[in-house]
Design a protein around this ligand. Structure first.
Ligand code: GLU
Length: 512
């Protein structure tokens, strides 16, 4: 059977040669693929002519599949990076509810406009490298991105000039001082691009030969690309407030120019302006999670497949986020959380789980280091629940907390134990998914029990039908010599017995 027909059959519950369009759309929902996902626009355009309650035949299914075969197949087979996305959402929600109780900290007010934000706001969004998204709380409320602009300005500077030129001007060492300290390394360079001096220098390197308006457009266009095509807004009052309370940043720029590390071809005033503008770009958790996921995905935006940055530059950026991204808490954060992150004084934290997902957390109350209190707590709780810490792999062998990748591998093996469990529990979708992944319906567990034994014993009629139609044998014997029919009899499963009363050959033939 060709793969698309096999996939169709796996979802064709009754073997009637059709499947419900709503079931297909439900797969996307459960997998966290959103209706506005650019990769699914052709799919939804094609289905717009159909009724949502329509049943579609194989031919229609094949034409829908063509709109994005890889993504749709992966979703239907549960092969996206987080297969149990609904379960994952529940776990993140638990952490969110717990962290929300923490109301310690204080909103930053050294920039007057920042101090006006409601301290209670709290949002979280997740986007995986396969573009599975979900969010909680105030995830659509805009905030100024502040220092979370820094990794991206660094990436833009790297993309314009390459690593050698950028690192001629900027180091890669934690400074050991606060983010706006007037200090340079032994080569008179800013210590790294994640603190103010380094970020002002990155701004000076972004197309200094161009008009200020074009330079800002270049930055904003790049942000639009990392946010999956959604254009971020700009907060002019934050920008004006920022600029008016920026003596320290002016001092840093003049200090660097005096030390001859500021690129001579670049206007100091314009570089500072661009730096303030970058801090005043507005994002929300939904968009920022996609930006973080672009970093997790080696520079390719997961919802558009647009390669925005070279992967080696992303690697450099993540290394610096790991060592310098969380102000004076960076060492502690690397120890406790073990993941690259960047925070900003508006209360946003971007967390990157390389090769898995990006997370944006926003809550304006800050701790003494300048990091969002809830943001940090959330990150700590996330790695307690999942083995995301970079060095968790050292101990994961005997750890019962399987991370999504490990669970994914387990599912991919089509484990018979999982199939039996899903059959016994009446989870038809899971059975379909495992079978479409290649799980063998005739295989038995260590007691010789097949999925059909368990489905029959539990009276799971739909699953019995499905398994028989996919080759499960009614003659299979467990280690006590019992067949699925014996199980149905013992547990008085009348509907299953009725189904089995047809001879096994005739029964199987009904479904082929
Ligand atoms: N607007 C900020 C500044 O003072 C950036 C602060 C931050 O988020 O670290 O330069």
């Amino acid at each position: 059977m060709p793969p698309d027909a096999k996939l169709f059959a796996a979802y064709d519950r009754k073997g009637e040669g059709k499947l419900a369009l709503a079931d297909l759309v439900d797969v996307f929902n459960r997998m966290g693929l959103k209706r506005d996902d650019p990769r699914l626009q052709s799919f939804f355009a094609a289905t717009s002519k159909l009724d949502s309650s329509s049943a579609i035949d194989l031919q229609t299914f094949q034409s829908l599949l063509k709109t994005n075969p890889l993504l749709i197949q992966k979703a239907m087979q549960g092969q996206l990076i987080i297969p149990e996305f609904d379960r994952f959402q529940d776990q993140i929600t638990e952490i969110f509810d717990q962290v929300q109780k923490n109301d310690s900290g204080k909103v930053a007010d050294y920039i007057p406009q920042l101090g006006k934000v409601d301290p209670e706001l709290f949002g979280i969004s997740v986007c995986t490298i396969d573009g599975q998204c979900f969010s909680l709380g105030d995830a659509k409320t805009a905030f100024s991105i502040q220092s979370t602009s820094k990794p991206f300005s660094y990436l833009i500077a790297l993309s314009v000039h390459g690593s050698a030129k950028v690192h001629h001007h900027i180091g890669r060492e934690p400074s050991g001082h606060s983010f706006n300290a007037i200090t340079l390394d032994t080569h008179n360079r800013p210590h790294n691009p994640m603190i103010n001096a380094g970020a002002i220098l990155c701004a000076s390197l972004i197309h200094p030969e161009k008009e200020p308006a074009d330079r800002f457009d270049h930055v904003l266009n790049t942000w639009q690309r990392v946010c999956g095509g959604r254009r971020p807004t700009f907060n002019n009052s934050i920008y004006l407030s920022e600029k008016n309370s920026a003596d320290r940043n002016f001092a840093l720029a003049y200090f660097m120019r005096e030390k001859k590390i500021f690129p001579p071809e670049s206007s100091l005033q314009h570089a500072l302006d661009l730096y303030f503008q970058c801090c005043s770009i507005e994002g929300n958790c939904d968009n920022m999670a996609i930006a973080a996921a672009t970093l997790a995905n080696a520079g390719v935006c997961p919802v558009t497949n647009d390669r925005v940055f070279k992967n080696s530059y992303v690697k450099d950026t993540l290394s610096l986020m790991y060592s310098c991204g969380m102000y004076d808490f960076s060492g502690e954060f690397a120890f406790l959380v073990g993941l690259p992150a960047k925070s900003g004084v508006s209360g946003v934290v971007l967390l990157v789980v390389p090769n898995v997902m990006g997370i944006a957390i926003w809550s304006p109350r800050l701790d003494l280091m300048g990091n969002s209190v809830r943001g940090v707590e959330f990150c700590i709780e996330v790695v307690k629940k999942f083995n995301f810490h970079t060095y968790d792999t050292l101990i994961a062998g005997h750890n019962s907390k399987l991370d999504p990748r490990q669970r994914f591998d387990q599912v991919r093996q089509g484990s018979v134990v999982q199939l039996c469990w899903a059959a016994a529990n009446g989870d038809l979708r899971e059975v379909q998914r495992l079978v479409s992944l290649g799980a063998n319906v005739t295989e038995a567990d260590y007691d010789g029990r097949t999925a059909l034994h368990l489905a029959a014993a539990e009276g799971q009629l739909e699953i019995v039908r499905f398994l028989v139609s996919h080759g499960a044998s009614l003659e299979a014997r467990d280690r006590w010599g019992g067949t699925p029919l014996d199980d149905a009899k013992r547990h008085k499963r009348e509907s299953v017995l009725e189904l089995f009363s047809v001879s096994s050959k005739a029964l199987a033939a009904q479904f082929v």
